[in-house]
Design a protein around this ligand. Sequence first.
Ligand SMILES: NC(=O)c1ccc[n+]([C@@H]2O[C@H](COP(=O)([O-])OP(=O)(O)OC[C@H]3O[C@@H](n4cnc5c(N)ncnc54)[C@H](OP(=O)(O)O)[C@@H]3O)[C@@H](O)[C@H]2O)c1
Length: 343
Amino acid sequence: MTTNSAPIRWGILGTGRIAHSLATDLMLVPDGQLVAVGSRSKESAETFAKVYAAHGPVRAHGSYEELAADEDVDVVYVASPHSHHLEHATLVLEAGKHVLCEKALTLNSADSQTMVDLATSKKLFLMEAMWMATNPIVRRVVADVRSGRFGFPRHVHAELGFVADPDKHQRLLDPALGASALLDMGIYPLTFAHLLFGEARALTAQANIGTGPDSAAGGTFDLDLVMTGKYAGNELSTMVASVTSHSSRSAAIATDQGRIELTDFHHPSSAVFKPANGDEPVEIVGDEPVIGAAYGNEIVEVQRCLREGLLESPLVPHSQTLSLMRQMDMIRESVGARYATES
Ligand SMILES: NC(=O)c1ccc[n+]([C@@H]2O[C@H](COP(=O)([O-])OP(=O)(O)OC[C@H]3O[C@@H](n4cnc5c(N)ncnc54)[C@H](OP(=O)(O)O)[C@@H]3O)[C@@H](O)[C@H]2O)c1
């Protein structure tokens, strides 16, 4: 299906914000082609398809079922709210297509395991769209920290959050659509610490909990969350996520020789090591260029895996996604956040 010379043919499921971000970067990847989009509304699919039509025809499907059945699609990017990822990824996998599925993979680890098991049994590629892990600067920082290039790492602090606007960001404030500061924002600091130090040995959390616009529908979710972690080498993490306050969006890794600082740590345009001894700061440069907004690097990784016949990416392996999903289950339970479907 994915021969070495032919372009990889992409379909996109959903026409929201992140669907546009990925489609924009897909235009920059030479051996990938957007060939189809699926939406709950034909009109929305057609509007989306027109935006990218200058790069080649994009078929507009008025249902996700039609997109899944499109024979000229190799891989589908699932860009719906995480409350619906399992349903939508299942549709695509059952139709025999590979899947790149937005984060969080699902609402909880049991559903993620179901999705992974299905992909594995069908011998299809599945990857959580954890684009931070495919970012060349993040990859270089992770390799440098692990090798001890900038000293012995002791602590990472990372934070991500902004004020969600109920008119613009309904998904972020509605537990029926998977709202959770942790699943939307906190997943990044949690994954960042995991990439640096390995699986956490202990995690604790404090949160403020809210209900959705329709409290009768049930479900509670974390609005603001702080977490601490401890890792195998006794490294520590402090992590912040919020949908009610603005964070610095930065990360800092403290070592016994200085500090590594990243602005917009989940898609940094630069990272710098500042030695404590007053030496000149060292810019940490990725081994490959960042493509577009860095979704391009994620696309390149998926395409590399498909061409090599891999069923999972070594940069975002299933075991890592599942481990982090289990941790997020535990954290949500400890702060009293619970979706209506889980009660
Ligand atoms: N990697 C990143 O940087 C990043 C950034 C933001 C979000 N995300 C993730 O991407 C996913 C989508 O986020 P988004 O911000 O793009 O959301 P969004 O703007 O609200 O778009 C979600 C799309 O999903 C489809 N959808 C299917 N069922 C839906 C339902 N019941 N209610 C609402 N929409 C539904 C809709 O497309 P149709 O109307 O066309 O069917 C909608 O446009 C989330 O899982 C989120 O965590 C990732």
